[in-house]
Design a protein around this ligand. Structure first.
Ligand code: ZN
Length: 89
């Protein structure tokens, strides 16, 4: 069994880094990018695991939603960023 070494990402964390939220529907693979700031205003500093329950897929109505930071849209091309990495300035 692998250890859970990744801390849950929170909305405030995304807003601080000007990252958007990448939303994926597990049922039909529909996906889009949404801004994190309005969600932060609405839900506060909630972890993504809690926020994902607020989403529903528009095309298929599915609620199996997967969220992650939109690294590529923000120009973070390394793909994998650990919590120990320094932030790009
Ligand atoms: Zn869907």
């Amino acid at each position: 069994m692998r250890k859970a070494s990744v801390e849950p990402v929170r909305l405030g964390w995304l807003v601080e880094r000007r990252l958007n939220l990448w939303v994926w529907c597990e049922s039909c693979s529909h996906h889009k990018v949404v801004a994190a700031a309005p969600l932060y205003k609405k839900y506060g500093d909630a972890p993504l695991s809690a926020v994902k329950h607020k989403f529903r897929c528009a095309p298929c109505g599915g609620r199996e939603i997967f969220l992650r930071p939109d690294w590529h849209g923000a120009g973070w091309t390394r793909g994998v960023v650990s919590k120990h990495d320094k932030l790009p300035e």
